[in-house]
Design a binder for this molecule. Structure first.
Ligand SMILES: NC(=O)c1ccc[n+]([C@@H]2O[C@H](COP(=O)([O-])OP(=O)(O)OC[C@H]3O[C@@H](n4cnc5c(N)ncnc54)[C@H](OP(=O)(O)O)[C@@H]3O)[C@@H](O)[C@H]2O)c1
Length: 386
């Protein structure tokens, strides 16, 4: 049995991963699970999967969990250190990295440094410190398998081809739930509307990122480091139906793409049993029933966040970490209805303008930029607060 750890087991990716584990009894053994503060859901998971060790980053939620799980032998840790410890549990082979946000950087890096292969859904650490993560993965002889559907599609479209023949990567984007909104409509849009994604059911933060197109900005940075390719060779194409998950163009102008219904269990399972495919009992893609696929170029005026992602990558060093932190603060403020939808891009832009980037030589450089940018973005949010 393949022993696995799931970081962020109570979230959307985490529960989809457990769905795959359930579908293939005897193939995977859960040895570690982590979450933020959802002690009730983690308790259910502990009782069902009997991991050796779990952690909640929230200390008081962990104390409640310990109280309720006295009858069990699972060790319950807490705090950021506890989550990072679960990521290194000695007998795990594969760590599913599915925490949301920069909080995943320390545990994901800890998993890599302790010699675990990583199935990476949590894109923010790659944005904050992608070069460092890849260097550490090489040093420790581990692989980082993409889980993000676009990066999994590129990974699959690169298989069996020569890297020297790649001309460009084309990341597809659904355009999110507000694609047709005018600038005025975007200003007044409420979180409950922005959270209604047309194709994907995901956590709140990535759904708002999808609505602003920052998700695609983050994915451009992620692709740069996952596939070691210059930003100038990464394009973005709006594809409303989310059927073509991304494409690779080769030097002879052939394009290889990966298609499928929008269901994260397909890319998750590919990362879990690579290079074999798992026989998932899911509906087949019926292209005749879909009839038509549509494509557009992104509208950078209404959705400036995508270009902020390219800009952070062009500047380099700690700038992508600053962009990511500012985005997390701004999205949270928007979800709490403290700022307007269109303020999200302004908070990120102003934070980037105020940031003096430096090279990332260690994880501390990324964490320091993250801390600085959060403070700056919080001040900007405070000034904008209604
Ligand atoms: N959902 C998708 O379909 C999808 C697709 C592609 C990529 N991704 C990426 O995958 C990651 C997870 O997304 P998601 O949609 O699954 O998010 P989600 O549903 O919000 O779940 C996030 C998970 O992280 C945990 N968590 C939150 N804050 C934490 C902290 N400070 N420390 C430790 N754990 C913490 C949560 O625990 P609690 O439940 O206790 O809060 C939960 O288990 C994101 O980076 C996202 O961009 C997601």
């Amino acid at each position: 049995m393949k022993k696995i750890v799931i970081l962020g087991s109570t979230g959307s990716i985490g529960t989809n991963t457990l769905d795959i584990v359930d579908r293939f009894p005897g193939e995977f053994q859960i040895v570690g699970l982590t979450a933020g503060a959802n002690d009730e859901k983690l308790e259910e998971q502990i009782r069902r999967y009997k991991p050796t060790v779990v952690a909640l980053s929230n200390a008081s939620a962990a104390a409640k969990l310990r109280d309720r799980c006295r009858d069990l032998s699972t060790e319950i840790l807490s705090g950021t250190d506890g989550v990072a410890e679960v990521a290194q549990v000695p007998d795990a082979e594969l760590v599913i990295s599915a925490i949301v946000g920069g909080a995943g950087l320390v545990p994901t890096l800890a998993a890599i440094r302790s010699g675990k292969h990583v199935a990476l859904a949590n894109k923010e650490p790659m944005v904050m410190a992608g070069k460092l993560m890849q260097e550490e993965a090489r040093k420790h002889g581990v692989r980082i398998f993409p889980v993000d559907s676009e990066h999994s599609a590129i990974f699959q479209s690169l298989e069996g081809h020569r890297r020297e023949d790649v001309r460009r990567l084309i990341l597809t984007a659904s355009g999110g739930p507000l694609w047709d909104f005018s600038r005025e409509q975007l200003q007044g849009v409420k979180p409950e509307r922005a959270l209604q994604h047309p194709n994907w059911k995901m956590g709140a933060k990535i759904t708002i990122d999808s609505a602003t197109l920052m998700n695609k900005g983050l994915e451009v940075v992620e692709a740069r480091w996952l596939f070691d390719i210059a930003a100038s060779r990464i394009d973005v194409l709006i594809h409303r139906e989310s059927i073509i998950h991304s494409l690779v163009e080769y030097e002879d102008r052939s394009i290889i793409a990966q298609l499928g219904l929008p269901d994260m269990r397909t890319p998750i399972s590919y990362a879990m049993r690579y290079p074999e495919r798992m026989p998932l009992d899911l509906p087949s893609l019926d292209l005749a029933a879909i009839g038509k696929l549509t494509f557009f170029t992104p509208d950078h005026d209404r959705f400036p966040c995508l270009n902020l992602g390219y800009e952070a990558l062009r500047i380099g060093g700690t700038m992508p970490a600053a962009l990511n932190a500012a985005n997390e603060v701004a999205v949270e403020a928007y979800l709490q209805e403290g700022i307007r939808f269109t303020d999200i891009a302004e908070v990120i832009r102003s934070t980037m303008e105020a940031h003096t980037p430096r090279e990332i030589e260690s994880i501390d450089d990324a964490l320091e930029a993250d801390r600085w940018a959060r403070e700056k973005a919080e001040a900007l949010v405070h000034a904008l607060a209604r």
